[in-house]
Design a protein around this ligand. Structure first.
Ligand SMILES: Cc1cc2nc3c(=O)[nH]c(=O)nc-3n(C[C@H](O)[C@H](O)[C@H](O)COP(=O)(O)O)c2cc1C
Length: 450
Protein backbone atom coordinates (compact mmCIF):
# COMPACT_ATOMS: atom_id res chain seq x y z
CA UNK A 1 0.00 0.00 0.00
CA UNK A 2 1.35 3.45 -0.83
CA UNK A 3 1.89 5.67 2.15
CA UNK A 4 -0.62 8.49 2.56
CA UNK A 5 1.06 11.74 1.50
CA UNK A 6 0.32 15.16 2.88
CA UNK A 7 -0.99 17.87 0.56
CA UNK A 8 0.60 21.27 0.42
CA UNK A 9 -0.89 24.52 -0.78
CA UNK A 10 0.92 27.85 -0.79
CA UNK A 11 -1.47 30.49 0.50
CA UNK A 12 -0.07 33.65 -1.03
CA UNK A 13 -0.78 37.02 0.53
CA UNK A 14 1.01 39.47 -1.75
CA UNK A 15 3.81 40.77 0.49
CA UNK A 16 3.40 37.94 3.03
CA UNK A 17 0.94 37.01 5.78
CA UNK A 18 2.48 39.07 8.53
CA UNK A 19 0.58 42.34 8.77
CA UNK A 20 3.81 44.38 8.57
CA UNK A 21 5.51 42.16 5.96
CA UNK A 22 5.65 44.85 3.30
CA UNK A 23 8.16 46.77 5.43
CA UNK A 24 10.51 43.78 5.73
CA UNK A 25 13.65 43.70 3.52
CA UNK A 26 12.74 40.11 2.44
CA UNK A 27 9.44 41.23 0.89
CA UNK A 28 8.44 42.79 -2.42
CA UNK A 29 6.65 45.98 -1.38
CA UNK A 30 4.55 46.41 -4.56
CA UNK A 31 3.78 42.67 -4.65
CA UNK A 32 0.00 42.99 -5.08
CA UNK A 33 0.36 44.24 -8.66
CA UNK A 34 3.80 42.88 -9.54
CA UNK A 35 3.33 40.00 -12.00
CA UNK A 36 7.03 39.10 -11.93
CA UNK A 37 6.73 38.58 -8.18
CA UNK A 38 3.83 36.14 -8.64
CA UNK A 39 5.66 34.32 -11.45
CA UNK A 40 8.55 33.80 -9.06
CA UNK A 41 6.25 32.57 -6.25
CA UNK A 42 4.36 30.10 -8.46
CA UNK A 43 7.62 28.73 -9.85
CA UNK A 44 9.10 28.43 -6.36
CA UNK A 45 6.01 26.58 -5.11
CA UNK A 46 6.24 24.27 -8.13
CA UNK A 47 9.94 23.68 -7.43
CA UNK A 48 8.78 22.61 -3.96
CA UNK A 49 6.21 20.23 -5.58
CA UNK A 50 3.28 22.01 -3.90
CA UNK A 51 -0.14 20.82 -5.01
CA UNK A 52 -1.48 24.32 -5.44
CA UNK A 53 -1.14 28.04 -4.95
CA UNK A 54 -4.03 30.03 -3.56
CA UNK A 55 -4.98 33.70 -3.20
CA UNK A 56 -7.79 35.00 -1.02
CA UNK A 57 -10.05 37.69 -2.40
CA UNK A 58 -12.83 40.10 -1.63
CA UNK A 59 -14.68 42.24 -4.18
CA UNK A 60 -13.89 45.55 -2.50
CA UNK A 61 -11.69 47.40 -0.06
CA UNK A 62 -11.98 45.93 3.43
CA UNK A 63 -10.07 48.37 5.56
CA UNK A 64 -11.75 50.60 8.08
CA UNK A 65 -9.97 53.15 10.17
CA UNK A 66 -8.40 56.56 10.29
CA UNK A 67 -6.21 58.09 7.63
CA UNK A 68 -2.98 57.31 9.42
CA UNK A 69 -3.65 53.57 9.82
CA UNK A 70 -5.07 53.38 6.28
CA UNK A 71 -1.92 54.97 4.87
CA UNK A 72 0.14 52.18 6.43
CA UNK A 73 -1.85 49.22 5.05
CA UNK A 74 0.03 47.06 2.56
CA UNK A 75 -3.07 45.21 1.32
CA UNK A 76 -5.14 47.71 -0.60
CA UNK A 77 -4.16 46.97 -4.22
CA UNK A 78 -3.98 43.50 -5.76
CA UNK A 79 -4.83 41.39 -8.82
CA UNK A 80 -8.13 39.66 -9.50
CA UNK A 81 -7.43 35.91 -8.97
CA UNK A 82 -8.73 34.24 -12.16
CA UNK A 83 -6.87 36.56 -14.52
CA UNK A 84 -3.74 36.24 -12.38
CA UNK A 85 -3.82 32.44 -12.46
CA UNK A 86 -4.55 32.32 -16.19
CA UNK A 87 -1.28 34.19 -16.74
CA UNK A 88 0.73 32.05 -14.32
CA UNK A 89 -0.56 28.80 -15.77
CA UNK A 90 1.54 29.63 -18.83
CA UNK A 91 4.84 29.73 -16.93
CA UNK A 92 4.25 26.54 -14.87
CA UNK A 93 3.35 22.94 -15.80
CA UNK A 94 2.19 21.08 -12.71
CA UNK A 95 0.99 23.30 -9.91
CA UNK A 96 -2.72 23.88 -9.37
CA UNK A 97 -4.39 27.30 -9.02
CA UNK A 98 -7.07 28.04 -6.44
CA UNK A 99 -8.98 31.22 -7.19
CA UNK A 100 -11.39 32.72 -4.68
CA UNK A 101 -14.75 33.91 -5.98
CA UNK A 102 -17.84 35.00 -4.06
CA UNK A 103 -21.24 33.32 -4.34
CA UNK A 104 -22.78 36.42 -2.78
CA UNK A 105 -21.53 38.92 -5.32
CA UNK A 106 -20.87 36.97 -8.53
CA UNK A 107 -23.17 35.51 -11.16
CA UNK A 108 -23.19 31.71 -11.64
CA UNK A 109 -23.22 31.66 -15.45
CA UNK A 110 -20.31 34.07 -15.76
CA UNK A 111 -18.40 32.35 -12.97
CA UNK A 112 -18.90 28.87 -14.51
CA UNK A 113 -17.59 30.21 -17.80
CA UNK A 114 -14.53 31.88 -16.24
CA UNK A 115 -13.47 28.82 -14.26
CA UNK A 116 -14.10 26.47 -17.21
CA UNK A 117 -11.82 28.74 -19.26
CA UNK A 118 -9.17 28.72 -16.54
CA UNK A 119 -9.31 24.93 -16.40
CA UNK A 120 -8.79 24.69 -20.18
CA UNK A 121 -6.09 27.36 -20.22
CA UNK A 122 -4.18 25.64 -17.39
CA UNK A 123 -4.80 22.15 -18.84
CA UNK A 124 -6.72 20.92 -15.82
CA UNK A 125 -5.19 22.78 -12.90
CA UNK A 126 -8.02 25.08 -11.75
CA UNK A 127 -9.85 25.16 -8.42
CA UNK A 128 -12.55 27.47 -7.08
CA UNK A 129 -12.46 28.63 -3.45
CA UNK A 130 -16.16 29.10 -2.80
CA UNK A 131 -16.67 31.94 -0.32
CA UNK A 132 -19.79 33.79 0.71
CA UNK A 133 -17.67 36.92 1.47
CA UNK A 134 -17.22 37.76 5.10
CA UNK A 135 -16.52 41.48 4.56
CA UNK A 136 -19.61 43.47 5.43
CA UNK A 137 -18.53 46.61 3.62
CA UNK A 138 -18.48 45.65 -0.06
CA UNK A 139 -22.24 45.42 -0.81
CA UNK A 140 -22.22 49.07 -1.93
CA UNK A 141 -20.19 48.01 -4.95
CA UNK A 142 -23.16 45.94 -6.14
CA UNK A 143 -26.10 48.23 -5.49
CA UNK A 144 -27.19 46.39 -2.33
CA UNK A 145 -28.40 48.25 0.75
CA UNK A 146 -26.79 45.76 3.16
CA UNK A 147 -24.52 42.72 3.32
CA UNK A 148 -26.82 39.65 3.32
CA UNK A 149 -26.81 37.72 6.61
CA UNK A 150 -24.90 34.42 6.86
CA UNK A 151 -27.98 32.16 6.53
CA UNK A 152 -29.07 33.94 3.36
CA UNK A 153 -25.53 33.88 1.97
CA UNK A 154 -25.12 30.16 2.54
CA UNK A 155 -28.57 29.30 1.12
CA UNK A 156 -27.58 31.16 -2.05
CA UNK A 157 -24.15 29.48 -2.01
CA UNK A 158 -25.60 25.93 -2.08
CA UNK A 159 -27.76 26.71 -5.09
CA UNK A 160 -24.96 28.71 -6.76
CA UNK A 161 -22.54 25.75 -6.63
CA UNK A 162 -25.18 23.35 -8.00
CA UNK A 163 -25.90 25.68 -10.92
CA UNK A 164 -22.20 26.08 -11.71
CA UNK A 165 -21.58 22.34 -11.67
CA UNK A 166 -24.62 21.79 -13.89
CA UNK A 167 -23.32 24.36 -16.38
CA UNK A 168 -19.89 22.72 -16.48
CA UNK A 169 -21.66 19.57 -17.69
CA UNK A 170 -23.33 21.39 -20.60
CA UNK A 171 -21.25 19.53 -23.20
CA UNK A 172 -20.60 15.85 -22.63
CA UNK A 173 -16.93 14.89 -22.66
CA UNK A 174 -17.15 13.35 -26.13
CA UNK A 175 -19.42 15.97 -27.70
CA UNK A 176 -16.78 17.28 -30.12
CA UNK A 177 -15.90 15.12 -33.12
CA UNK A 178 -14.40 17.85 -35.33
CA UNK A 179 -14.41 15.54 -38.34
CA UNK A 180 -13.23 17.56 -41.32
CA UNK A 181 -14.05 14.75 -43.77
CA UNK A 182 -17.79 14.63 -42.84
CA UNK A 183 -17.97 18.27 -41.91
CA UNK A 184 -19.48 17.44 -38.50
CA UNK A 185 -18.03 19.56 -35.74
CA UNK A 186 -19.93 18.33 -32.71
CA UNK A 187 -22.93 16.25 -31.70
CA UNK A 188 -25.78 18.54 -30.59
CA UNK A 189 -27.42 15.63 -28.71
CA UNK A 190 -24.47 15.87 -26.35
CA UNK A 191 -25.13 19.50 -25.53
CA UNK A 192 -27.61 20.05 -22.68
CA UNK A 193 -29.47 23.11 -21.48
CA UNK A 194 -29.60 23.24 -17.69
CA UNK A 195 -32.99 24.96 -17.40
CA UNK A 196 -32.44 25.59 -13.71
CA UNK A 197 -35.25 27.30 -11.83
CA UNK A 198 -34.58 27.74 -8.11
CA UNK A 199 -35.13 30.09 -5.22
CA UNK A 200 -32.19 32.32 -6.09
CA UNK A 201 -31.42 31.66 -9.73
CA UNK A 202 -33.09 31.01 -13.05
CA UNK A 203 -30.46 29.86 -15.53
CA UNK A 204 -31.16 28.32 -18.93
CA UNK A 205 -27.75 27.36 -20.22
CA UNK A 206 -26.02 25.68 -21.89
CA UNK A 207 -22.55 27.06 -21.27
CA UNK A 208 -20.59 28.30 -24.27
CA UNK A 209 -17.42 26.34 -23.50
CA UNK A 210 -16.82 22.60 -23.50
CA UNK A 211 -16.49 20.46 -20.39
CA UNK A 212 -13.39 21.36 -18.33
CA UNK A 213 -10.43 18.93 -18.53
CA UNK A 214 -11.02 18.00 -14.88
CA UNK A 215 -14.74 17.54 -15.49
CA UNK A 216 -15.27 20.15 -12.80
CA UNK A 217 -12.51 22.38 -11.43
CA UNK A 218 -11.74 21.31 -7.84
CA UNK A 219 -14.19 22.83 -5.32
CA UNK A 220 -12.65 24.37 -2.20
CA UNK A 221 -14.53 25.92 0.72
CA UNK A 222 -13.22 28.15 3.51
CA UNK A 223 -16.00 28.81 6.03
CA UNK A 224 -16.02 27.05 9.43
CA UNK A 225 -19.45 28.00 10.82
CA UNK A 226 -22.23 25.38 10.98
CA UNK A 227 -23.46 26.53 7.56
CA UNK A 228 -19.92 26.57 6.22
CA UNK A 229 -19.26 23.01 7.37
CA UNK A 230 -22.52 21.82 5.77
CA UNK A 231 -21.62 23.45 2.47
CA UNK A 232 -18.19 21.79 2.62
CA UNK A 233 -19.66 18.39 3.50
CA UNK A 234 -22.15 18.67 0.62
CA UNK A 235 -19.91 19.99 -2.12
CA UNK A 236 -16.26 20.71 -1.29
CA UNK A 237 -13.23 18.59 -2.14
CA UNK A 238 -10.89 20.61 0.06
CA UNK A 239 -11.59 22.87 3.03
CA UNK A 240 -9.32 25.64 4.29
CA UNK A 241 -9.50 26.31 8.00
CA UNK A 242 -7.64 27.99 10.87
CA UNK A 243 -6.75 26.30 14.18
CA UNK A 244 -3.96 26.85 16.67
CA UNK A 245 -4.09 23.59 18.60
CA UNK A 246 -4.11 19.97 17.45
CA UNK A 247 -7.14 19.17 19.62
CA UNK A 248 -9.29 21.87 18.01
CA UNK A 249 -8.13 20.82 14.54
CA UNK A 250 -8.94 17.16 15.29
CA UNK A 251 -12.43 18.05 16.48
CA UNK A 252 -13.05 20.06 13.31
CA UNK A 253 -11.66 17.30 11.08
CA UNK A 254 -13.90 14.64 12.62
CA UNK A 255 -16.91 16.94 12.63
CA UNK A 256 -16.76 18.04 8.99
CA UNK A 257 -15.93 14.57 7.63
CA UNK A 258 -18.73 13.10 9.78
CA UNK A 259 -21.27 15.28 7.96
CA UNK A 260 -20.50 13.84 4.52
CA UNK A 261 -22.33 10.50 4.64
CA UNK A 262 -25.76 12.14 4.53
CA UNK A 263 -24.78 13.65 1.17
CA UNK A 264 -23.68 10.23 -0.10
CA UNK A 265 -19.99 11.12 0.13
CA UNK A 266 -16.96 9.38 1.67
CA UNK A 267 -14.50 11.13 4.07
CA UNK A 268 -11.57 10.82 1.64
CA UNK A 269 -13.45 12.93 -0.92
CA UNK A 270 -12.76 16.04 1.20
CA UNK A 271 -9.24 17.17 2.15
CA UNK A 272 -8.97 19.19 5.36
CA UNK A 273 -6.20 21.77 5.03
CA UNK A 274 -5.55 23.99 8.07
CA UNK A 275 -3.27 27.02 7.74
CA UNK A 276 0.25 27.13 9.13
CA UNK A 277 2.43 30.22 9.14
CA UNK A 278 6.00 28.94 9.57
CA UNK A 279 8.78 31.22 10.78
CA UNK A 280 11.87 29.23 9.87
CA UNK A 281 15.37 29.54 11.29
CA UNK A 282 18.37 27.29 10.93
CA UNK A 283 18.42 27.42 14.73
CA UNK A 284 15.62 28.10 17.18
CA UNK A 285 17.27 31.38 18.19
CA UNK A 286 17.42 32.52 14.58
CA UNK A 287 13.73 31.72 14.12
CA UNK A 288 12.75 33.61 17.27
CA UNK A 289 14.84 36.59 16.24
CA UNK A 290 13.09 36.64 12.84
CA UNK A 291 9.68 36.64 14.50
CA UNK A 292 10.69 39.44 16.85
CA UNK A 293 12.02 41.46 13.91
CA UNK A 294 8.67 41.16 12.15
CA UNK A 295 6.63 42.00 15.23
CA UNK A 296 8.71 45.13 15.76
CA UNK A 297 7.66 46.37 12.29
CA UNK A 298 3.99 46.67 13.27
CA UNK A 299 3.37 50.40 13.49
CA UNK A 300 1.29 51.19 16.60
CA UNK A 301 -1.52 52.77 14.55
CA UNK A 302 -1.80 49.56 12.50
CA UNK A 303 -1.75 47.44 15.65
CA UNK A 304 -4.32 49.62 17.41
CA UNK A 305 -6.53 49.42 14.36
CA UNK A 306 -6.67 45.64 14.87
CA UNK A 307 -7.88 46.22 18.45
CA UNK A 308 -10.36 48.99 17.63
CA UNK A 309 -13.36 46.65 16.97
CA UNK A 310 -13.15 45.52 20.63
CA UNK A 311 -13.21 49.06 21.97
CA UNK A 312 -15.24 50.84 19.26
CA UNK A 313 -15.97 53.92 21.38
CA UNK A 314 -12.45 54.59 22.70
CA UNK A 315 -9.62 56.66 21.29
CA UNK A 316 -6.92 53.97 21.47
CA UNK A 317 -4.18 56.37 20.38
CA UNK A 318 -4.25 57.79 23.92
CA UNK A 319 -3.44 54.43 25.49
CA UNK A 320 -0.06 53.48 26.96
CA UNK A 321 1.22 50.73 24.66
CA UNK A 322 3.31 49.16 27.37
CA UNK A 323 0.57 48.82 29.98
CA UNK A 324 -2.46 46.48 29.93
CA UNK A 325 -5.64 47.92 28.36
CA UNK A 326 -7.49 50.16 30.86
CA UNK A 327 -10.48 47.79 30.84
CA UNK A 328 -11.78 44.72 28.98
CA UNK A 329 -14.97 44.86 26.92
CA UNK A 330 -17.97 42.59 26.80
CA UNK A 331 -17.86 40.66 23.50
CA UNK A 332 -19.05 43.11 20.83
CA UNK A 333 -21.30 41.84 18.03
CA UNK A 334 -19.62 40.88 14.79
CA UNK A 335 -16.10 40.38 16.13
CA UNK A 336 -14.95 36.83 15.58
CA UNK A 337 -14.99 34.29 18.38
CA UNK A 338 -11.32 33.29 18.01
CA UNK A 339 -10.31 36.84 18.87
CA UNK A 340 -12.38 36.63 22.05
CA UNK A 341 -10.33 33.68 23.21
CA UNK A 342 -7.27 35.85 22.70
CA UNK A 343 -8.81 38.65 24.76
CA UNK A 344 -9.42 36.20 27.62
CA UNK A 345 -5.81 35.08 27.38
CA UNK A 346 -4.60 38.68 27.42
CA UNK A 347 -6.64 39.37 30.53
CA UNK A 348 -5.28 36.31 32.30
CA UNK A 349 -1.67 36.94 31.29
CA UNK A 350 -1.87 40.70 31.77
CA UNK A 351 -0.71 41.36 28.19
CA UNK A 352 0.23 44.94 27.42
CA UNK A 353 -1.62 46.70 24.61
CA UNK A 354 1.40 46.14 22.37
CA UNK A 355 1.63 42.43 23.23
CA UNK A 356 -2.08 42.03 22.55
CA UNK A 357 -2.00 43.57 19.09
CA UNK A 358 1.22 41.75 18.25
CA UNK A 359 -0.52 38.49 19.13
CA UNK A 360 -3.53 39.28 16.96
CA UNK A 361 -1.81 41.05 14.10
CA UNK A 362 1.01 38.56 13.49
CA UNK A 363 -0.93 36.06 11.38
CA UNK A 364 -4.56 37.12 11.91
CA UNK A 365 -5.14 34.35 14.46
CA UNK A 366 -3.70 31.56 12.27
CA UNK A 367 -1.30 28.92 13.60
CA UNK A 368 2.21 30.37 13.78
CA UNK A 369 5.08 27.89 14.27
CA UNK A 370 8.45 29.44 15.02
CA UNK A 371 11.38 27.01 14.81
CA UNK A 372 13.86 24.96 12.85
CA UNK A 373 12.80 22.96 9.76
CA UNK A 374 12.79 19.78 11.86
CA UNK A 375 10.61 21.37 14.55
CA UNK A 376 8.15 22.64 11.95
CA UNK A 377 8.05 19.24 10.21
CA UNK A 378 7.46 17.60 13.63
CA UNK A 379 4.37 19.73 14.18
CA UNK A 380 3.00 19.10 10.69
CA UNK A 381 3.62 15.37 11.03
CA UNK A 382 1.89 15.31 14.40
CA UNK A 383 -1.28 16.90 13.03
CA UNK A 384 -1.17 14.83 9.82
CA UNK A 385 -0.79 11.51 11.65
CA UNK A 386 -3.35 12.23 14.36
CA UNK A 387 -6.49 13.01 12.40
CA UNK A 388 -6.12 16.79 12.43
CA UNK A 389 -5.12 17.49 8.81
CA UNK A 390 -4.78 15.94 5.34
CA UNK A 391 -2.24 18.62 4.50
CA UNK A 392 -1.65 22.31 5.03
CA UNK A 393 -2.13 25.70 3.57
CA UNK A 394 1.35 27.12 4.06
CA UNK A 395 1.15 30.85 4.84
CA UNK A 396 4.61 32.40 4.41
CA UNK A 397 4.99 35.41 6.70
CA UNK A 398 7.19 37.33 4.24
CA UNK A 399 7.16 36.92 0.44
CA UNK A 400 9.14 35.88 -1.46
CA UNK A 401 11.70 35.09 1.27
CA UNK A 402 9.71 32.73 3.52
CA UNK A 403 8.42 30.60 0.64
CA UNK A 404 11.99 29.98 -0.56
CA UNK A 405 12.96 28.99 2.97
CA UNK A 406 10.06 26.56 3.24
CA UNK A 407 10.84 24.95 -0.12
CA UNK A 408 14.59 24.73 0.54
CA UNK A 409 14.48 23.66 4.19
CA UNK A 410 11.13 22.17 5.24
CA UNK A 411 10.09 20.32 2.05
CA UNK A 412 13.29 18.17 2.02
CA UNK A 413 12.68 17.37 5.69
CA UNK A 414 9.11 16.22 4.92
CA UNK A 415 10.39 14.18 1.97
CA UNK A 416 13.08 12.49 4.10
CA UNK A 417 10.30 11.39 6.44
CA UNK A 418 8.31 9.91 3.54
CA UNK A 419 5.46 12.35 4.21
CA UNK A 420 5.61 14.32 0.98
CA UNK A 421 6.00 13.50 -2.72
CA UNK A 422 9.34 13.62 -4.56
CA UNK A 423 7.71 14.09 -7.98
CA UNK A 424 4.27 15.10 -9.25
CA UNK A 425 2.11 12.02 -9.75
CA UNK A 426 -0.36 13.33 -12.32
CA UNK A 427 -1.01 16.02 -14.90
CA UNK A 428 -4.10 17.66 -13.43
CA UNK A 429 -4.67 19.13 -9.98
CA UNK A 430 -7.25 16.40 -9.27
CA UNK A 431 -4.76 13.69 -10.15
CA UNK A 432 -2.13 15.20 -7.84
CA UNK A 433 -4.62 15.62 -5.00
CA UNK A 434 -5.91 12.06 -5.47
CA UNK A 435 -9.44 13.28 -6.24
CA UNK A 436 -11.65 11.47 -8.78
CA UNK A 437 -12.79 13.20 -11.97
CA UNK A 438 -16.57 13.69 -11.67
CA UNK A 439 -18.70 12.03 -14.33
CA UNK A 440 -21.04 14.25 -16.30
CA UNK A 441 -24.61 14.18 -15.01
CA UNK A 442 -25.65 13.32 -18.58
CA UNK A 443 -23.10 10.58 -19.20
CA UNK A 444 -24.41 7.17 -20.18
CA UNK A 445 -23.61 4.81 -17.26
CA UNK A 446 -22.96 1.89 -19.62
CA UNK A 447 -20.48 3.95 -21.64
CA UNK A 448 -18.81 5.06 -18.40
CA UNK A 449 -18.21 1.48 -17.35
CA UNK A 450 -16.88 0.42 -20.76
C1 LIG B 1 -7.67 29.96 4.82
C2 LIG B 1 -8.92 30.75 4.65
C3 LIG B 1 -9.07 31.53 3.53
C4 LIG B 1 -10.19 32.32 3.36
N1 LIG B 1 -10.29 33.09 2.24
C5 LIG B 1 -11.35 33.90 2.09
C6 LIG B 1 -11.44 34.77 0.98
O1 LIG B 1 -10.57 34.78 0.13
N2 LIG B 1 -12.51 35.58 0.87
C7 LIG B 1 -13.51 35.58 1.80
O2 LIG B 1 -14.46 36.32 1.63
N3 LIG B 1 -13.45 34.78 2.87
C8 LIG B 1 -12.40 33.94 3.03
N4 LIG B 1 -12.31 33.14 4.12
C9 LIG B 1 -13.37 33.24 5.10
C10 LIG B 1 -14.46 32.26 4.92
O3 LIG B 1 -14.80 32.08 3.60
C11 LIG B 1 -15.69 32.66 5.67
O4 LIG B 1 -16.27 33.78 5.06
C12 LIG B 1 -15.42 33.01 7.07
O5 LIG B 1 -14.70 31.96 7.66
C13 LIG B 1 -16.74 33.24 7.77
O6 LIG B 1 -17.58 32.19 7.39
P1 LIG B 1 -18.02 31.17 8.44
O7 LIG B 1 -18.91 31.99 9.29
O8 LIG B 1 -18.71 30.06 7.70
O9 LIG B 1 -16.75 30.68 9.11
C14 LIG B 1 -11.20 32.32 4.32
C15 LIG B 1 -11.07 31.52 5.47
C16 LIG B 1 -9.94 30.73 5.64
C17 LIG B 1 -9.82 29.88 6.85
Amino acid sequence: MTQRKLRLGAFIMATGHHIAAWRHPGSQADAGINIDHYVQLAQTAERGLFDQVFVADSPGQRHRGDEDSLSRQGRVSYFEPVTLWAALSQVTRHIGFVATASTTYEDPYLLARKFASLDHISKGRAAWNVVTTSADNVHGNFGLAAHPDPAARYARAHEFVEVVKGLWDSFEDDAFVRDASTGVYFDPRKLHALNHVGKHFKVEGPLNIERPPQGHPVIVQAGSSEDGKELAAATAEAIFTAWTSREEAQAFYTDVKGRMAKYGRRPEQLLVLPGISPVIGRTEEEARAKWAELQALIHPSVGLNVLQPFWPHDDLSRWDLDAPPPYYPEPPQGVNSRAHVVIQLARRERFTVRQLYEYLAGARGHWVVVGTPAQIADQMQDWFEHGAADGFNVMPPVLPQSLDEFVDLVVPELQRRGLFRTAYEGRTLRENLGLARPASRYANPAAQAA
